[in-house]
Design a protein around this ligand. Sequence first.
Ligand SMILES: *Cc1c(COP(=O)(O)O)cnc(C)c1O
Length: 534
Amino acid sequence: MNAPNQSGWKPEMGEAGTSGSGPATASGNRALQLEEPLIFELGTRANCGVDFGQEPGEVAPELGKHLRKEPLTLPGLTEPETVRHYTRLSRQNYAIDLGPFPLGSCTMKHNPRLNEKVARMPGFADIHPLQPMDTVQGAFEVIEQLSEWLCKLTGMSAVAMTPKAGAHGELCGILAIRAALEARGDAREVILCPESAHGTNPATAAFAGYRVEDIPATKEGRVDLEALKARLGPDVAGVMITNPNTCGLFERDMKAISEAVHAAGGLVYCDGANFNAIVGKVRPGDLGVDAMHINLHKTFSTPHGGGGPGSGPVVLSEALAPFAPTPFVRRDERGRMRLVEERAAKDLLPDSFGRMTAFHGQMGMFTRALTYMLSHGADGLRQVAEDSVLNANYILRSLEDVLDAPYGASGPCMHEALFSDRGLAEGFSTLDIAKGLIDEGYHPMTVYFPLVVHGAMLVEPTETESKQGLDRLIASLRAVAERAKAGDESLKSAPHYAPRRRLDETLAARKPVLTWEEPETPAGIPVASEIGGS
Ligand SMILES: *Cc1c(COP(=O)(O)O)cnc(C)c1O
């Protein structure tokens, strides 16, 4: 293997490397499009960013047999080289601060800087979960105020604040349902999920030990109420329904669904990840919901790029509130806030199903979400729902002449517009449209989900995009869709202007290479062990 130069370009990168037309460059870079190898492939083992100062034998003799015998296999880089490596990598990434992120169901919206300012206040940012309670009263008040807002917005009795993501919230809700059923001596075995359910719903039910059964959808893209009613019975613990659903539609029969499930002795879980479409307009408690998670990292604008950190509080009905997890925050007779852990909960909440997480939830997300709520106020939150729905309908109606909208005739959509691959030229697919959108400078929309639509494309603009921004996104989507309909072959090898082109995603998922193997040392470059580890 060649010793890479500073920029990391290697001749074999060739076609797979930085693309685009124009003459080749010696470095492999294209102006601000920078090639970047792994950090281990940069620099040499002769360098080290850390000055150890002592011979290994003299360091901490008390470590005895635990003293390191092999050289530390850290990349040999100086601090500026390290900083530049990560900065160059960050420039290959698409981010919400660069442009719209129209990922349906993921709700990627602008993260207001006010949120960040509040989250960085030392009273929130520098506290420790094991600090004496008297010293973190303000943090507890944030949790209490946020809880009140969440209960008020959803019309529910209680909220479990500790779950750390939507899927974790689902598990919390299902465990509460199981605890409630077991408390009345009625252990049931089945959870019903609609065909269009988010993948986490059946996964959660199965993880909690339930058997999962599908409920079919109607032609309109909603839960088939009659089929659901026909399946209900003494073995059904409950249903998990996403509302608004993953076809971007409101489940109008939600009340009838809840009534039927309750009449059959079951409980209703609502997947509230998409609450941004209805916040301030509908209270799930009024629809008969017993438990629902809310993704603070979606509806309430807390950041969630790169998989976290999320926060998935679960609101609970009166029937489920006694089974909520510990710990929780309570105000005592003297008005002091305190955290109720297991031991004290034995008196206050004897039926609690137990603990979900090590500590008390995602404090940084709580402060950001509450900031978003307070800066909008009640009327502003209603406008969040109205604007996100308006934006999605604008996209749906602006593109339905070039892209097939399978439920376009079912009426207005909610916060996301759903298209299919019908009508694309022979041999062209949803994937080609997604890759073409990368060349246009956008992160692709959600593709091939929901599964009930062939070649699905789920576009969610959110309320934070302006009309001008939407018009630009629509123009790009339209141009790419027209190329796919006209059979433009160049679309099949898109993206042409990205650092990488078409990767073998299946191979990457099935056989991921997660460790770096040290290559044979090129002659003449000493490794750390040869120079005494200094
Ligand atoms: C995002 C989402 C989830 C899962 O939330 P995570 O925070 O990613 O665990 C569940 N259901 C729906 C409908 C979602 O959009």
